[in-house]
Design a protein around this ligand. Structure first.
Ligand SMILES: [Zn+2]
Length: 313
């Protein structure tokens, strides 16, 4: 009897120790239940997603700071990040053709894909690179604040579907962001309606077509919709002629890119140089400081007011 009691005691002890070991080795999953994980390709989507989710989710920007968005392709680690996410927001197949193939190979069951360009009328580049086919669509649709309103509504709907408990938060944050963009749009409209010189010369790629169209500007760019080809000598001569004929005082160079072409144009015409960021991406310092899409576009307007010049409102 004594022996059986002792054996029972030992078994209980083993069981207790076993459970204890199990408890100490068990760790909670790092993913917080209920919090949405959102992955975005370009900076504007990162910024909009961040504004809408607040503290109710996490947002990851795939594009490393300072990198050219047109030549970006995801690394194996990025693909893993996408597979673990709840929502992936991208610019559409015109800007990011790599995603189409990737999506069909993803094993993720929970991923909702948001095509930011869905429901948006893409426009063709008016002045195109001879290497790009006529009718090439311009993927920089985020530089039309009207399009951004549609993108934000679309994102808000998806977030509310994936996380209905925070629907009211997503709605009110979307409303707030859209109000900021409406105010900025009005500022751009008023600025350009009173600005005598409406020719906009960009020494970078054809990124500002939507902005130019929305505010009635004549737009000339040194490169096509993707920054992959140097302009020919004849293209540069034509641009120099345009600058002189239209009494253009400023050539804008592209933030985060080489200012070489813009510098050549400015040297030939005595125009001054000012940088504009088409907001696909930001520098590491700007990303770390938490710069927003609205702030980038406010700065761009500031540059345009100084460069055209336009009367200050
Ligand atoms: Zn671009």
């Amino acid at each position: 009897m004594k022996n059986r009691m002792a054996l029972f005691g030992v078994m209980v002890l083993i069981l207790v120790l076993g459970i204890g070991a199990l408890v100490t080795t068990w760790k909670p999953k790092t993913r917080t239940v209920g919090k949405l994980q959102i992955v975005t390709t370009l900076f504007p989507w990162y910024d909009f997603a961040r504004s809408l989710v607040g503290n109710d989710g996490t947002v990851t920007l795939l594009l490393p700071p300072g990198v050219d968005a047109h030549s970006f392709e995801p690394s194996p680690r990025d693909i893993q990040t996408i597979e673990q996410a709840d929502v992936l927001m991208y610019s559409g197949n015109t800007m990011e053709p790599w995603l189409k193939g990737l999506l069909s190979s993803l094993a993720s069951q929970q991923l909702t894909v948001v095509d930011a360009s869905a429901g948006i009328q893409l426009i063709g580049a008016v002045f195109h690179d001879p290497d790009e086919p006529v009718g090439t669509l311009d993927p920089h649709f985020w530089l039309d604040f009207g399009n951004d309103q549609l993108v934000i509504d679309h994102l808000q709907q998806i977030l509310s579907e994936r996380d209905p408990t925070h629907q009211q938060d997503y709605l009110s944050r979307a409303k707030q962001l859209k109000q900021q963009l409406t105010a900025l749009d009005l500022q751009y409209q008023q600025t350009f309606s009173s600005c005598p010189n409406k020719t906009l010369v960009y020494g970078g790629h054809y990124a500002l077509g939507y902005l130019a169209k929305r505010y009635g500007l004549q737009y000339r760019a040194a490169q096509g919709v993707a920054p992959d080809a140097e302009p020919s000598a004849q293209d540069l001569v034509n641009l120099v002629d345009d600058i002189k004929a239209n009494h253009v005082l400023t050539v804008y160079d592209e933030a985060l890119s080489s200012p070489k072409i813009a510098q050549t144009l400015a040297n030939e015409t005595q125009a001054k140089l000012l940088a504009i960021n088409p907001a696909h991406n930001v520098s590491k310092a700007d990303l770390d400081s938490g710069v927003t899409f609205v702030e980038i576009m406010e700065h761009n307007l500031h540059q345009l007011v100084e460069g055209q010049p336009c009367p200050t409102l």
